[in-house]
Design a protein around this ligand. Sequence first.
Ligand code: ADP
Ligand code: MG
Length: 191
Amino acid sequence: MDTVLALAWLRAAATAVEQHEKELTELDAAIGDGDHGANLRRGFAAVLPAVEGLDSPGAVLGTAGTTLISKVGGASGPLYGKALRAMGAALTAGSPFADALDAALAALRKLGGAAPGDKTMVDAWAPAVAAYRSTGSYAAAAEAAAQGALATVPLQARKGRASYLGPRSTGHQDPGATSTALLFRALADAA
Ligand code: ADP
Ligand code: MG
């Protein structure tokens, strides 16, 4: 991960979130409050000008995280924000990208308290991080995130707004796991 790739990743993520805003909104309307697409579009639109001109991948990803925390109302802003900040801090400390991904997942699990199987973005993050660790491939991470998102469909939500629906949260793909798959796909495409 270098500065050029970090910037290209965020640009690709902003484009992906914009292109898939409607899909994310519809998924969140089914088991949440319908704001996930707009939340992320607004957040990533604010990220791009904030990171322009920064000259290390740690600074780029850390600033992106801080921007998401301040611009995104809703659970996903602080969750993605903390994850990106932890990733940035790990890269600045000289850690390899696999360790930076671990740090990101740990930060979002600490903030949200979700475990794998709770039908949240953790269900896409965890397999993506594991796939990157074992293969060193961004494409493998993206594929694992997509599979993880798909696997949330039959699950009952135990964290976040969707958990208020109890058993009625089954049969729908989790919006945050879906956007996580988009972000890992954006990374693979940017690389
Ligand atoms: P909100 O739920 O506040 O409206 P968003 O709609 O932007 O926020 O994001 C919803 C997504 O956030 C969910 O689909 C889920 O993936 C993720 N999420 C919510 N709560 C948690 C949590 N405690 N831990 C991990 N992810 C969570
Ligand atoms: Mg929502």
